[in-house]
Design a protein around this ligand. Structure first.
Ligand SMILES: CC(C)(COP(=O)(O)OP(=O)(O)OC[C@H]1O[C@@H](n2cnc3c(N)ncnc32)[C@H](O)[C@@H]1OP(=O)(O)O)[C@@H](O)C(=O)NCCC(=O)NCCS
Length: 167
């Protein structure tokens, strides 16, 4: 048996609820500003993070039926993933714990549930900062497109897709 990877951390995954909205907001905003900058300008990141509000997650959960999974470490939310139907809507990890396998665990949880619901493919719109991550997880690029971020700046994003594999 090989040595365990030293950069992996202990965290607990559970379904997100309305009371998690502020914790989710903190991760969402911080992750955009610190990790989004790997692929976008400061102005683009500010526009991407603009206007985020805790009530939008509550609305997504309750009115739209979006499913949230959160990763928790020492009682704090350090990442989240949400999906609706066959679409992964959001996946964000706190910059302090990036590249420690948390994004992978959250994505795998969402993928398992989406495929268990009977969908034969997963769609998502990826930020360019996450392209390498999604490629590693079997997603292919469908098309690059322009997205008007919340603050009004146009940003280049990537439509990506992963088919269900048989077996
Ligand atoms: C993309 C994101 C969710 C990945 O989460 P994470 O917990 O850091 O990812 P993991 O540790 O599970 O990474 C697994 C593998 O994916 C790949 N990967 C992850 N981040 C990567 C990056 N920035 N560039 C290239 N490959 C990357 C690596 O192969 C990595 O394995 P390794 O660290 O052993 O090399 C996280 O970086 C993030 O929140 N980014 C900012 C916001 C964002 O772009 N979200 C997606 C919006 S659509």
């Amino acid at each position: 048996m090989g040595e365990p990877k030293t950069n992996r951390v202990e965290c607990h995954l559970r379904q997100g609820v309305a009371d998690d909205a502020f914790g989710i907001l903190e991760v969402h905003r911080g992750s955009i500003l610190r990790l989004g900058s790997l692929a976008y300008s400061e102005a683009e990141c500010l526009s991407w993070a603009f206007g985020l509000h805790a009530k939008q997650y509550v609305q997504a959960m309750k009115a739209l039926g979006e499913t949230y999974w959160v990763a928790e470490m020492n009682g704090f939310i350090c990442g989240f993933c949400s999906y609706l139907g066959n679409e992964v809507k959001g996946l964000y990890v706190h910059a302090d714990v990036a590249r420690m396998g948390i994004g992978t665990r959250l994505l795998e949880k969402a993928e398992t549930e989406i495929f268990a619901l009977g969908h034969d493919k997963i769609d998502l719109t990826a930020a360019l900062s996450a392209k390498g991550f999604y490629r590693k997880h079997g997603y292919s690029s469908v098309q690059e497109k322009s997205w008007e971020s919340r603050g009004g700046l146009e940003m280049t994003v990537l439509q990506m897709r992963k088919p269900r594999t048989i077996g």
